[in-house]
Design a protein around this ligand. Structure first.
Ligand code: KIV
Ligand code: ZN
Length: 490
């Protein structure tokens, strides 16, 4: 099974997303490094910068094939040829509704254009993907005719797009099964997620004979997006035993990279890569998982397989086992009565709807047990931040790190980003920010805010802490300093 990724093309059509040139280069490298077979790098005819980007991605010499998208017109194909791509993906609307309302051509004219454009592509480039756009709303007999025409003209693969995400898995299976029997060309599938069925429909197409799947990282794409790469890959690998060639251990890292570049956060409940996928809170679950992780996890998909982490979290359902384990992990060993009091206090805070962070837990334990607060590696002395409409946000920090004074500066996308980068830069340990949440506690421009931050240390352990105040930057800084000081607890 091969994986065709269109994060840089359909993914970038997500409302509000525009990747920079540098981000596109990084995304292409990441996709190729994790084993994506073909990268749809863009739509060269759409603009001069887009064309230059596709050409630059091709020049990287990545192991993935680089594909350019083209409408079924020679000028679009020529723009792809100029980029020296390995594959050209030509498409034409075939459903009556799209054919009549977009290109205003008859069914016969579309058949003629299909044959001509595929032949033109093959005269210049080895690989030609042909897409009958809106295939799932196209009259099925006519769809077979169009696909056969493309195959006879030399298409090397035919993509079946569910352009507006309306087919069901059983409908997809019937359609793909027929095309697989009657067309005589390798098939690929491109599903949109308007009804939340993109991944299920993609898998149904695979069951019916598709040999390639089109996906995007984090399911980005037009409207509700496309089939998600991580989910599609893990379903094929873990449930169906189909090899995809993707380095699964880098799925979480890839998802986070695209989340950062796109500015679209990963919902905690997002399958495979979401923060909650391997998190356990309730007493019954954590007790089971602590004994044997498969008790309340799929087992055929472990956190290690996808580059994730298992976490016990604190909430109103938390049990004694989880709390004891979380404290033992940082060398705090409460007695039975102390543990009962700690659990009671955690539940009381969580029941008020407040998140209980690791920092809160350690503080509660220390007060219940009457033990000293752990040594702090990082003591912030000064922080100065400069921002404005004509300056690059810059932060300078002076802090005691393990008792010695250090100074560090950093620029960022905004004042918070600059401040957090300066703090991460001042400490010797390599930590990664894995979560940043901000909520306004009261209304108005002078609202109090509450920031929760999670960081991952070099050993893959995650710690969360919070900070509050009426200054967003300082509350964020506070939360990060608190989290960093947890990572040094030994
Ligand atoms: O959704 C769609 O039909 C497309 C085509 C260009 C393949 O994105
Ligand atoms: Zn699409």
């Amino acid at each position: 099974m091969t994986v065709f990724d269109t994060t840089l093309r359909d993914g970038e059509q997500t409302p509000g997303i525009a990747f920079t040139f540098e981000q596109k280069i990084d995304i292409a490298r990441q996709l190729s490094d994790i084993g994506v077979h073909t990268i749809e790098a863009g739509f060269p005819a759409s603009s001069a910068p887009e064309k230059e980007t596709v050409a630059a991605i091709k020049r990287l010499g990545l192991s993935a094939n680089i594909c350019g998208l083209a409408r079924s017109v020679k000028a679009d194909v020529d723009a792809c040829i100029d980029c020296d791509v390995d594959m050209i993906h030509v498409f034409i609307p075939t459903s009556d509704i799209q054919r009549e309302n977009t290109i205003n051509k008859t069914r016969e004219q579309v058949l003629g254009i299909t044959g001509d454009i595929v032949r033109y592509v093959r005269d210049h480039v080895d690989k030609c993907m042909f897409s009958p756009m809106d295939a799932t709303r196209t009259d099925a007999d006519y769809l077979v005719e169009v696909c056969r025409t493309a195959a006879a003209a030399g298409a090397t693969i035919i993509n079946i797009p569910d352009t507006v995400g309306v087919i069901s898995p059983s409908g997809m299976k019937t359609l793909m099964g027929r095309l697989a029997r009657e067309v005589g060309c390798p098939l690929d599938v491109h599903c949109h997620n308007d009804f939340g069925l993109a991944v299920a429909n993609t898998i149904a197409a695979v069951e019916a004979g598709a040999s390639e799947v089109q996906v995007t990282v984090n399911g980005l794409g037009e409207r509700a997006g496309n089939a998600d790469l991580a989910q599609t890959v893990m379903i094929m690998e873990s449930i169906y035993g189909i090899r995809t060639g993707i380095t699964k251990e880098r799925l979480v890292e890839t998802s986070r990279l695209i989340s950062r570049f796109s500015g679209i956060g990963i919902p905690p409940t997002q399958p495979v890569v979401g923060e909650n996928v391997f998190s356990h809170e309730s007493g019954i679950h954590t007790q089971g998982v602590l004994k044997c992780s498969e008790t309340f996890e799929p087992g055929i998909m472990t956190p290690e397989m996808v580059g994730h982490r298992r976490r016990l979290t604190l909430g109103k359902h938390v049990g004694r086992h989880a709390v004891r384990q979380m404290l033992i992990d940082v060398h705090i060993e409460p007695g039975d009565a102390e543990l009962d009091t700690i659990v009671e206090r955690v539940k009381a805070i969580a029941s008020r709807g407040k998140r209980v962070t690791d920092a809160d837990l350690y503080e509660i334990a220390e007060s219940v047990m009457g033990i000293a607060v752990g040594k702090k590696v990082l003591r912030l002395e000064d922080i100065a931040i400069m921002t404005g409409n004509h300056v690059i946000p810059t932060a300078s920090v002076r802090a005691q790190v393990n008792g010695t004074e250090h100074v560090f500066s950093s620029v960022g996308n905004g004042p918070v980003d600059a401040a957090l980068k300066a703090i991460v830069g001042i400490i010797p340990a390599r930590i990664q920010l894995t979560e940043f949440n901000i909520e306004a506690i009261s209304g108005g421009s002078d609202a109090m805010c509450h920031v929760t931050i999670a960081v991952e240390d070099e050993h893959g352990r995650i710690y969360d802490a919070s900070g509050s105040g009426d200054d967003i930057v300082l509350a964020s800084v506070d939360a990060l300093v608190n989290a960093i000081n947890l990572t040094s607890r030994e």
